[in-house]
Ligand binder design. Structure first.
Ligand SMILES: Nc1nc2c(ncn2[C@@H]2O[C@H](COP(=O)(O)OP(=O)(O)OP(=O)(O)O)[C@@H](O)[C@H]2O)c(=O)[nH]1
Ligand SMILES: [Mg+2]
Length: 285
């Protein structure tokens, strides 16, 4: 399934991001832990050139723990520090503060040697739509932090959130555009909810998801819906059989595959089918 998507907004997003990144020392890149490749902006290395970098593998609570470990090691081998995160969790703040401090230790040391104390690190978060940017910022702006108002030397009106003694976080996230040149990328973005549902054939998407999930040894489809891909002649039939089994019917005693498809997608997105990472380092995506 090829997903046609918003190249129209891309130029604006790109311009805003390139402007915003000038204000900061550190770029915190939010990826979706279930699809670290597909949720990555294709131009990020250029955009982040000369900046400190940190990757947050967000929604790690929905991804495979083992796969997330593999990804963290892989990013490490690429020279970028990454950590697993559930932005909604209480301990998110602590996890991130620690990682930011590690990443910026070099700068802090350098400042200290030059006799500059308490030069705070300015950070911003960026990521593709729906990856959790607002949730992350709200989490960081929680009870223990206060908004700092304008800092001298930066554009008037820019608001910063004081994360801790060392870090200020820009309170507006950078919106990055995803890749949309590749069919697999488009599908993965759609499975995880990064693409608005009105550009998607949900039944077709759910069929693909059922097919992909059926290849996992945990057999999530069978466990959740009581039917496995072997019971159906085609993945399309699998969707119909699940609809019948779940009594998801239209008036004319016909399976309501569209409604069932939406349920399956919702259940996958909220983790009811289990924790799955759809991409591993080295995948061709
Ligand atoms: N399970 C889980 N859900 C999360 C996490 N972080 C964010 N979410 C959910 O993901 C959805 C999108 O989060 P937002 O914070 O609105 O994402 P965003 O990047 O600001 O999205 P846009 O502003 O549309 O670009 C919401 O339903 C959040 O509750 C996480 O770590 N784990
Ligand atoms: Mg947002």
């Amino acid at each position: 399934m090829v997903i046609q998507w918003y190249p129209g907004h891309m130029t604006k997003a790109r311009r805003e991001m390139e402007e915003a990144v000038k204000k900061v020392d550190l770029l915190i890149e939010l990826l979706d832990a279930r699809i670290p490749l597909s949720s990555r902006n294709p131009d990020i290395d250029r955009i982040a050139a000369g900046k400190y970098r940190l990757i947050l593998l967000n929604k790690a609570d929905l991804a495979s723990e083992q796969a997330t470990k593999t990804w963290i090691e892989w990013f490490q081998s690429e020279g970028i520090r990454s950590v697993a995160l559930d932005s909604r969790a209480n301990k998110a703040m602590k996890t991130v503060s620690q990682a930011v401090a590690d990443v910026c230790r070099e700068k802090i040391e350098k400042d200290r040697k030059r006799g500059i104390l308490s030069r705070r690190i300015k950070a911003m978060v960026a990521g593709i739509p729906n990856v959790g940017k607002s949730t992350f910022i709200n989490s960081m702006a929680g009870k223990s932090v206060s908004k700092t108002g304008n800092l001298p030397g930066v554009t008037r009106g820019t608001q910063w959130i004081r994360m801790n003694r060392e870090i200020d976080l820009l309170d507006t996230p950078g919106i990055l555009w995803p890749r949309f040149d590749d069919e697999t990328v488009g599908e993965h973005l759609a499975f995880t909810g990064a693409v608005s549902s009105d550009v998607i054939d949900e039944a077709g998407l759910a069929v693909r998801l059922l097919e992909i999930l059926s290849a996992f040894p945990e057999e999530p489809v069978k466990t959740r819906y009581g039917i496995s891909i072997e019971d159906a002649a085609t993945p399309e039939e699998l969707l119909s059989l699940i609809a019948i089994k779940k009594n998801c019917m239209k008036k004319q005693a016909e399976p309501d595959v569209d409604r069932m498809a939406r349920t399956i997608l919702d259940e996958f997105r909220s983790g009811k089918l289990g924790r799955f990472t759809l991409e591993l380092p080295g995948d061709s995506t």
